[in-house]
Structures are given as C-alpha cells and as structure tokens.
Design a protein around this ligand. Sequence first.
Ligand SMILES: Cc1cc2nc3c(=O)[nH]c(=O)nc-3n(C[C@H](O)[C@H](O)[C@H](O)COP(=O)(O)OP(=O)(O)OC[C@H]3O[C@@H](n4cnc5c(N)ncnc54)[C@H](O)[C@@H]3O)c2cc1C
Length: 250
Amino acid sequence: MRQSLDWQIAAVKAVRPETRRVRTLTLALPNWAPHRAGQHYDLRLTAEDGYQAQRSYSIASEPERAGEIDLTVEKIDDGEVSPYLHDVLAPGDQVEVRGPIGGYFVWEAGRSESLLLIGGGSGVVPLMSMLRHRAAAGAKAPTRLLYSSRTFDDIIYYHELERLSQAGDGLEVFHTLTRARPDGWRGYARRIDQAMLGEVARPLGRAVQVYICGPTLLVEAAADGLVQLGVPASQIRTERFGPSGPAAGG
Ligand SMILES: Cc1cc2nc3c(=O)[nH]c(=O)nc-3n(C[C@H](O)[C@H](O)[C@H](O)COP(=O)(O)OP(=O)(O)OC[C@H]3O[C@@H](n4cnc5c(N)ncnc54)[C@H](O)[C@@H]3O)c2cc1C
C-alpha cells in the first residue's frame, strides 16, 4: 500500500459538531491514498511569521471512502492547534496534512479473530475508523467496543454507534460514564476496572485482538487488567493521545 508522506494541501469540505468540545473535519485530499484503519495524519499550521505547529490526528473515516478523510478533534482549551481547528477553520479553508502514518495500531477487516476495542474520550476516533471499515467490508467477527466518556453528552458518535450495534453483524457497544449519568442510564457508571474488563472481554475468548486508545491512565489500566485476565500482551495494541490528564477516561 502506498504511503504518501509528502505534505499536501487539503481543502476543508465540511465541518460537523459531534459534542460541545468535539468536531469532525472532512478534508478533501488531492493526493488521497487508502489508509489502514487506525492510522493518523499529521496536520501542520503555519503562521504569517513562518512559525509552524504540527499535531497528529487519527483518521475517523473508513478507507473505503475515496478522496477524503474525516478527522475528529477535541478542543483542548489552552492548546495551540486544536482551538484553531475548532474556532477558526471553516469549510472552504485549506490546511496542510501528510499521511497516512502508522503501521502498528492498525486493523484490517480480513482478520477472523474476535476484536475488543477500548476507548476513552477522543481515543474512540481510530476505533471508529475500524468499526466503519468493519461495516463497509461486511466483516462479522464478534466485536465489542468499551467506551468511556465523562457524561452522556460527551459521547462521540453515539447515534452511529447505536446504529452499527443494531445491524446484527456481531458488534456490541458498552458505554461507561465516569462523571454524571442521565436518569435511567443502563450502561456502566464508573472508570474502567477489572470487573468491567472481565464482563466485556471474557466472552470474546483468549484469541481476541485488542486495541486500546485514550489517555495514558486509561490505556495502562485497561492493558494491565486484560493481561491479568489472561489475554497475551502480544495481542494488545495501545495508542496514547496526550498527557494522562483530563481527557475523558476519568
Ligand atoms: C497518534 C496520535 C493520534 C491523535 N489523534 C487525535 C484525534 O483523533 N483527536 C484529537 O482530538 N486528538 C488526537 N491526538 C492529540 C493531538 O495530536 C494533540 O495533542 C491535541 O489536539 C492537543 O493539541 P493542542 O495543540 O491543541 O494542545 P497543546 O498546545 O499541544 O497542549 C496544550 C495543553 O494541553 C495538554 N494536552 C495536550 N493534549 C492533550 C490531550 N489529548 N488531553 C488532555 N490534555 C492535553 C498539554 O499537556 C498542554 O498542557 C492524537 C495524538 C497522537 C500522538
């Protein structure tokens, strides 16, 4: 598969709010190359005085969608890049990107093993690319997503996840809300812990392939917990987005 690592100028085709703090940018790429679900792009901003800032953003869309990609960005209030992507960038604007990048945190729908995806906050983004790819490819291997958010309103892609999990193709979605729950909430209501991991992971068996993405504390707790449950570490892939701080895991 071609890796296109030269910078290219993408056009912002659409902007869609996901939650109060998260929006999705659809970028049209002149040198689009199919990605592997889980890969990311680097995005570079250049100020008028030449100062440049560069950050990585996972691809949210499926590789089956040619010519464009979705990036889903959480606004970090005191950040350098994400507030610009939220407050300034608009459809019709241009932005420099390069990618797709990454060969480790990737999943391809041809695999037959069961799949466990664990995400915290915006860590769900590369996992969503995997689920969209899974649906587009018609894959049926048993798959579970365990997704930790602070509150119900912070859940990214809630309605699409509901739709995907009702398609009857072997996907189940488990939410946990760590800070506040709406009345009548039937999902989990605490940080990811050993008991939760056991309930969600055990039915998938020992051969399960695991992808965990989110803040460092969540990633470490989930990976350690799964190893204690007997999942071989070699079957667990992890990706961290930033400091362990406030992202949604707790
Ligand atoms: C491989 C990879 C993929 C990524 N994919 C995504 C993605 O799909 N969506 C997305 O929103 N982000 C993603 N990130 C994080 C992204 O690259 C930036 O780090 C993030 O947008 C913050 O950049 P900033 O310039 O706004 O903040 P900065 O100026 O870099 O940081 C400002 C302050 O916020 C803190 N901070 C930085 N990042 C975080 C964070 N994630 N959580 C809490 N505090 C933070 C910093 O410590 C600092 O105090 C990814 C990171 C990597 C390495």
